[in-house]
Design a binder for this molecule. Structure first.
Ligand code: TIU
Length: 224
């Protein structure tokens, strides 16, 4: 049974049995003070403010027994799936695959690539390792969602304008309804966060809906 969640541009018809929580790239290298993001001079506090709302949402979601899926951006240790263009973009001295503050940067199996302890996946929660910004590109996410009969996604994570937006656009083109939670997403650049959310909900919800996590948590409590 669908439940209405107050959202913009209008109420989201939440169908819990067919909805997954998709948490994008809450990885140590993006969020932790000693990580790759911080090394590049980014303000990680803009991302860290999303940890507590995500933690509360994840607890409520798990308590309701609904599907949770996590993603991580990163590459094979041999870097065979790293596009040369991505490797050299930015002309940085230290780039993907090089030794960084928490192991080789954005390489699977390294400490910095893993998910922050506050939101660590529980046993049985799929983790999608993705080489791109979108969670559908070159991953088995579509198959996992199809096997579970998922039609809707509640999307959180970082960064709002990069991996969250790319994933929501990919999902929208594949027929999923996406509800993006404003307080559970973040960008190193506050203005990009704000515009990233506006782009999703503009034009009658061209890519999806936007709400706060509290709206979802209250609805999950009503379900219980
Ligand atoms: N996960 C994600 O958004 N990857 C990025 O590289 N984001 C930036 O904002 N750089």
């Amino acid at each position: 049974m669908a439940q209405e969640i107050a959202a913009q541009p209008y109420a989201f018809a939440f169908d819990p049995a067919h909805c997954a929580l998709l948490i994008i790239d809450m990885q140590r290298d993006f969020l932790e003070p000693g990580g790759f993001g911080a090394m590049l001079g980014n303000d990680v506090s803009q991302l860290r403010r999303t940890i507590e709302p995500n933690r509360r949402l994840l607890a409520a979601w798990r308590a309701a027994g609904l599907t949770v899926i996590h993603t991580r951006e990163g590459h094979r240790p041999d870097l065979a799936d790293l596009p040369p263009a991505k490797k050299i973009r930015g002309k940085g001295e230290t780039t993907i695959g090089d030794p960084g503050p928490m192991g080789r940067i954005l390489v699977r199996g390294e400490a910095g690539h893993d998910i922050i302890p506050e939101l660590y996946p529980a046993a049985g929660e799929p983790v999608i390792d993705k080489p791109g910004k979108g969670a559908f590109f070159a991953t088995d996410l579509s198959a996992i969602l199809a096997h579970r009969g998922i039609k809707q996604l509640v999307v959180t994570g970082v960064t709002t304008e990069v991996c969250v937006n790319t994933t929501v656009r990919e999902a929208n083109d594949r027929g999923f309804d996406c509800l993006v939670l404003s307080d559970c997403c973040g960008s190193y650049f506050p203005e990009f966060h704000e515009m990233g959310l506006k782009m999703i909900k503009a034009q009658g919800g061209i890519f999806g809906w936007v709400a706060s996590s509290e709206e979802v948590i209250q609805t999950l409590k009503k379900e219980a």
